[in-house]
Structures are given as C-alpha cells and as structure tokens.
Design a protein around this ligand. Structure first.
Ligand code: AMP
Length: 390
C-alpha cells in the first residue's frame, strides 16, 4: 500500500481525508479522540511544507434540519487548540470562494472544508460516490491522502472518488491500522478469536473467514445464545437470532473442536440493572430468564484458552457492558490479557468503547478506530478506500 512517506509533498496542495466524525452536542465536542488520532498525519504534512486541505464527513445528512447539528466548524476550533495554529474554514463544499481560499494557502497552512455530507442533500452525491463531485474535489489538490480508517470500507466521493483522479496514498493512522491488522493475514499460532456482541447476523462473515485460520473461537455476549439454542439448550428470553440457528448448527458441527461456548451465565428477568442476577449453569436457564453476561466458570475457560495465545483478536463485548452489573467479565478478561501481556487487537466498535470506559484502551496492543471497517477487514473483504489507492 502506498504510504504518505513515499509522496512528494513540498509546496503541494495536499488533500487529507480525515475521520472527524466526532460526537457534538450543542456545538461542543464530547469526545475528540478521532481528532487527536489525525494529528500525526497533519503535522507530518506541515513538516513537509505542504498546503493542507482537510475533508471529513460528520453524521448523516438527510434533510435541511441535519445541517446545523452536523456543522464541522467546532472541529476547526478544536484543531486550532490542538495544533496551536490558525485553521481556515470553508463554509462551502464547492465553489469560487472555496477555490480562492485554497489558492491563497501557503505551505504549512491548513484549511478545513465543511462536512462532505452536506453534498448528500443534493442527491447523495458524497455517499453515492458521484463521479463529478469526486473529480471536482480532486481538482482542488495535487496529492490525496486517505487517513480516515473509519470510512475505508465505503466508496464515497471524498475517498474513492478523489483517489481515482489524483496521486494517492494512505496516511499514518491508516498505515498503523493496516500494520496491526496485517498480522492476521498470516497469524502466529495459537491464534484465538473472541466474539461477543448482539447479533450472529453481523458476525457471520467474520466467523466464516476466521474459523479456518484460528485455533479457537470463544463466543460470548448475546450472540452465544443462538449457538446454545442450536445445541438444544433452553435459553429463556435471552437474545435469539432465529434466522441464523441453522448457520450456528452447521458451523458447530464442522468446527466442534474450535468453538467454545459459555458453560454458565449471569441471568436476570429484566433487561435492566434493577433486578438482582443469578449465576446459572447453561442447562438451568428458565423460560423467563435472560443471560446478560458470561459466568465465572466460562471466564476461567476463556482465560485458559487465551493463556498461550500468540495473537488475539476480539470483536464485541461478552455481556451488556453498558450496565455496570454485566460488564464484569468483559472487563476482567481485558485485564487478564493486559496483565499477561498477550498481544491483543480490539476490533473497533463496542469492545473499544468498553475498553475506553475502563481506561484500558491504551494498554492493549492495538485498538482499532474503525468498527465497520475492521469487521469487513476480518471478513476478508476488499476495502474500497484501499483498493482505490492500490
Ligand atoms: P455488537 O455491535 O454486535 O458488537 O454488539 C454490541 C452490543 O451487544 C452491546 O450494546 C451489548 O450491550 C450487547 N450485548 C452483549 N452481550 C449481550 C447479551 N448477553 N444480551 C444482550 N445484548 C448483549
């Protein structure tokens, strides 16, 4: 994959596609992790004397009302604070004023363009990868750097579109993600996969791809109950993905020695934190109970399987971590991996949110910034944002 380090940037107008899709409430940024993650590439371009043009989407734009709450301006202000430098901002996503602003840029100066999805109001031009829009944005620069890992699995005008018309490379953040995930192409063994989260449906592709490479797949979270149902257990009112019972039966039959399911669970009668929970063996769940976390015996079995792993990839929490009562075993297994220095990749989304909540994110080997992108990578799919650069 072509890296920014191989590009000539001096005095060039360099368009960087960043991921500034941050939560904003009443004009205030609540979590600036993604902005901070983009700084390395921006600073690199400054050092190389590039004229820097930043593009990003923010939220979804379906109607006029979505414009103001998804205005990128607060990001310009936060970038100014973090970089201690003036950030020029363009209210327009195209047109004369924008073009003039770009022509006035001097080396090291930075311009942030308004939310790329403002163009979606006009017939989904950004999200639909409108040919003319990609070409237009490309005409504003001389080099294109894709550093938005979170949207690398999408074909949008601001990534695939621009990359099709300019010399392009990936930025330092995307490079870091690819280096970490690249280990999984030819993983050292034992290679152990931990899967949790809500639906089997979302993980079918991952299971199908990784079950061949992995030595063990440990399944917890809501999705474990569809597997348990397929094994013939009573799962009460636990989460069930009816349409995929047959898939679970098939995969369990084919890979019986690789897949490890919970042997005990924390059950309660209400999807909330109000009720007390009980730890029950997997064959003791009654019709009115639901499992919201794995149990202590399962935790021990999981840890014994992780013990000698050379690499672990983990997608989806093992319980409803949003409730303090049911985050216990997700947190403890994360701590186990960290304490035992087991090389672990957290595959974006909710497991990264859980690790962040517990202050553990920085302690794992790699926590991916892209939920959907990592999932598609783990499924073995081609990522359009990268293909366009290749
Ligand atoms: P995913 O996006 O598939 O990784 O799913 C994450 C969601 O799965 C989180 O919101 C968790 O609360 C939820 N989850 C994890 N374990 C369970 C469970 N046992 N029952 C219901 N939901 C769960």
């Amino acid at each position: 994959m072509k890296s920014i380090k191989n590009m000539e940037l001096k005095n060039k107008k360099v368009i960087i596609r960043c991921d500034f899709n941050v939560p904003i409430k009443e004009g205030k940024i609540i979590d600036d992790t993604r902005i901070k993650a983009s700084l390395e590439t921006i600073k690199y371009c400054q050092e190389k004397q590039a004229k820097i043009i930043l593009l990003s989407h923010l939220g979804r734009i379906k109607e006029q009302n979505d414009l103001e709450k998804n205005n990128l301006k607060p990001v310009a202000k936060r970038l100014e604070e973090l970089l201690k430098t003036k950030i020029f901002f363009s209210e327009e996503t195209r047109g004369k004023t924008l073009e003039e602003q770009i022509n006035q840029l001097k080396p090291k100066e930075i311009l942030l363009i308004q939310n790329t999805r403002y163009e979606d109001l006009n017939g989904k031009k950004e999200s639909g990868n409108d040919e003319e829009l990609g070409k237009y944005w490309a005409s504003l620069g001389e080099v294109f750097i894709n550093d938005a890992f979170g949207t690398i699995h999408r074909a949008h005008a601001s990534n695939v579109g621009i990359a099709s018309h300019l010399p392009s490379a990936v930025g330092l953040l995307v490079e870091k993600e690819l280096n970490a995930l690249g280990i999984l192409e030819n993983p050292p063994h034992p290679f152990v996969v931990v899967l949790g989260g809500a639906k089997v449906e979302d993980k079918i592709g991952v299971i199908g791809n990784l079950v061949k490479k992995a030595d063990k797949i440990l399944i917890g979270g809501g999705m474990a109950f569809t597997f348990l149902k397929a094994e013939g257990y009573e799962i009460g009112s636990s989460l069930l993905d009816k349409e995929n019972i047959a898939f679970c039966t098939k995969i369990l039959k084919e890979y019986a020695n690789k897949i490890i399911l919970p042997v005990d669970v924390a059950v309660t009668t209400e999807y909330s934190e109000k009720e007390e929970y009980k730890i029950k063996e997997i064959n003791e769940i009654s019709y009115n109970e639901m499992g919201l976390d794995i149990g202590p015996k399962t935790k021990e079995i999981f840890e014994n399987n992780l013990n000698h792993a050379q690499i672990v990839v983990w997608n989806g929490p093992l319980g409803v971590y949003e409730f303090n009562k049911y985050k216990k075993h997700t947190k403890e297994i994360l701590e186990y991996l960290i304490e035992n220095k087991i090389k672990t990749i957290l595959g974006g989304g909710d497991i990264v949110a859980a690790a962040t909540k517990e202050g553990l994110k920085e302690k794992v080997y790699h926590a991916s910034t892209g939920g959907g992108a990592t999932l598609e990578y783990l499924e073995g799919k081609k990522l359009p944002g990268l293909e366009a650069i290749k």
